[in-house]
Write a protein that binds this ligand. Sequence first.
Ligand code: NAP
Length: 490
Amino acid sequence: MSNASSPDFPIAIIGAGFAGIGTAIQLKKAGIDSFTIFERASEVGGTWRDNTYPGAACDVPSHAYSLSFEQSPTWSRRFAPSGEIQEYLLGITDKWGLRKHTRFNTEIVDARFDEPAGSWTLTTGEDETFTARVVVSCVGGLVDPSMPDIKGMQSFTGELFHTARWNHEYDLAGRRVAVIGTGASAVQVVPEVAREAAQLDVYQRTPAWVVPKHDKVYSERYKRLLARFPLLLRASRFMIYWLSELFGPIIFLDNERLSKLGEKGSRAHLKAQVKDPVLREKLTPNFQFGCKRMLISDEYWASFERPNVELVTDPIEEIKSGGIETKDGTFREVDAIIVATGFALGLASAPFPITGKGGQKLDDVWKDGAVAYKGMNVSGFPNWFILMGPNTGPGHTSVLVYTEAQIAHTLAAIKKLRNEGLRYVDVRQDVQDRYNEGLQKRMKHMVWSTGCNSWYLSDDGSNHSLYPGFAAEYALRARAFKVRDYELVA
Ligand code: NAP
């Protein structure tokens, strides 16, 4: 058995995406070097390492979708492409010397709490074990591609891949291509494929509300200005953040007047992009604005105006060796199928077996839905901190606002444990229950519960993904480590 870094107070960070890297940097800044990052892949980056499909970009402006303690003046445009975000993550990883802390190609497959020692034993896929006093779980919520269960899919003899596992060896130029799905990944990839392919069929099950993107390239002069006057960069971030909070209720509240405002904007955008009223009708959602994720694109709807792009709304019956057949009996031959069907929701269950105090399993505790205090701590699982855990996703702003608050909270708890020589901190069950009852009461007033089907909801219709409120409010609640909410054990 070896220790997660230095023997005095080993800390394990699982996952080297935005959350893991951000946590590691803040630990370094606090003078804490005794951490190890366990990363199952061979490189850092998480989402931005994996999602390299053409058109992949963040739909939150980069001045806000970056760490507040590692701001960059060099973003090439308002919504930076995926590759540039990955470059940013590689840059800060190297700047802070995080590679020497990272065990790549090391997947944690089991975790067990040892109560007398106040430590966790982590086991890797190679059957190695590590001991850590604190575990910061940064495994992400939307990581593993969700493949659709469509009859005959295995019999397809052309090229088939998921957007998050793009095959860059395969040249789409001049090919007949199908895209299945019309969510956040699809709206980015469809315009790119439409430009390349000879024929593109987009299989839509549910249309989405799309709004204009207002993207723009940043001039060299502007970037120099931002580098010279960091206050300008802060001001830009501040503006983006508060504007998203201001307009947030349109996207997250179940309020007919506000939803109508959003719908009106989106309908005007559709009208400006698509001339044919029949096509417009097919592209118009019949659920309340915001119920499923609002999408942003200036090119997606316009793609359907191209002569080589067809919107297919008949449900898929079967995939055959040479193409796709829909329920109405039409068969469309294709050379390639791109699956844009999203991800298996990682936050709904434990990422691997996690055994807490008294031998209880996290998956058993979460059998009626994933819950955690402030999305981070689960009673009975001491010294275990989840970043981007249950009910911490935003529908309207940068997820990093939430992540940074969670990092601050985790750091405060680590300091408490270290400085006071505590064995463990464990959130009180009654505190956790009250917190979650409050969340679920508020959830009833959120637009996500108005009848549409989305990855936000569990099978029983409950929402254990998103935070029902403003980011500022969550951040204020989550940042502080309130000692009275925890059992402190020496
Ligand atoms: P998604 O939003 O879950 O969309 C999946 C799409 O596939 C939906 O249109 C869905 O239809 C369709 N689909 C699923 N199974 C199907 C089947 N068996 N047959 C036909 N259609 C099927 O997935 P995503 O687009 O990858 O986005 C997931 C999340 O990742 C987003 O909500 C967002 O949080 C994140 N994301 C973010 C960005 C960004 O720019 N920041 C970009 C991409 C993704 P239904 O709607 O009918 O279920």
